[in-house]
Design a protein around this ligand. Structure first.
Ligand SMILES: [Fe+2]
Ligand SMILES: [Fe+2]
Length: 169
C-alpha cells in the first residue's frame, strides 16, 4: 500500500476513534442531565463512529498495510446544553468532511484509485450525517429555551435510535 495513503488513512482512523469518544462523552452528559433520548441517540452514534473506524482498519490491513493506532484525546466532558452539544457536533462533522476530502485528494495525487473508490462510501456518509445533524440542530434552535419543546425533541431523538445494544439500558 502506498505509504502516504497509508499514513493518511491511519490519521483518519484516529479521527473516527476520537469522534466515537466525543459522542460517548456527549451521551454521558445527556444521560446524567435528564435527556435520555439524546443520550441513546448519541450512544448509538458513538457506535457508528467506531464502525467507521473499523471499516478503515480492515481496509488498511486487507490491502497489505498495517493499522497504527495513535493517541486519542480525552474529549470535553462538560457542556452548557443540548444545543451546545449539537452545535459542536455540526462543527466536528464539518471538520471530518474536510478531512475525508483531503484524504481523497491524497489518493488522487498518489493515483491510488482503489482507495479513492473505497472512500466514496465515506464521502456519501458525510453528506448524510451533515444533513441529519443540520435538521436536528435547526429543531433545537427553534425551541430555544422552551422546556416542553426540548422534552419533545428528546423524545424524537429517542425515536431515531435503531435499538442497538449500546442505546439500550
Ligand atoms: Fe465518521
Ligand atoms: Fe460522523
Amino acid at each position: 500500500m502506498n505509504s502516504k495513503v497509508e499514513t493518511t488513512l491511519n490519521e483518519q482512523i484516529q479521527k473516527e476513534e476520537y469522534s466515537s469518544r466525543l459522542y460517548l462523552a456527549m451521551a454521558i452528559w445527556c444521560e446524567v442531565n435528564g435527556f435520555p433520548g439524546a443520550s441513546s441517540f448519541l450512544y448509538e452514534h458513538a457506535d457508528e463512529e467506531r464502525m467507521h473506524m473499523l471499516k478503515l482498519v480492515h481496509f488498511v490491513n486487507d490491502r497489505g498495510g498495517k493499522t497504527q493506532l495513535m493517541n486519542v484525546e480525552v474529549p470535553p466532558q462538560e457542556y452548557d446544553s443540548v444545543l451546545d452539544i449539537f452545535t459542536q457536533i455540526k462543527e466536528h462533522e464539518m471538520f471530518i468532511t474536510e478531512s475525508i476530502n483531503n484524504l481523497y485528494g491524497v489518493t488522487v495525487d498518489e493515483k491510488d484509485y482503489t482507495t479513492g473508490n473505497f472512500l466514496q462510501w465515506y464521502i456519501t456518509e458525510q453528506v448524510e450525517e451533515e444533513s441529519l445533524f443540520n435538521t436536528i440542530l435547526d429543531k433545537i434552535k427553534l425551541v430555544g429555551r422552551d422546556k416542553a419543546g426540548m422534552f419533545h425533541i428528546d423524545k424524537e431523538l429517542e425515536g431515531m435510535t435503531g435499538g442497538s445494544p449500546a442505546a439500550a439500558e
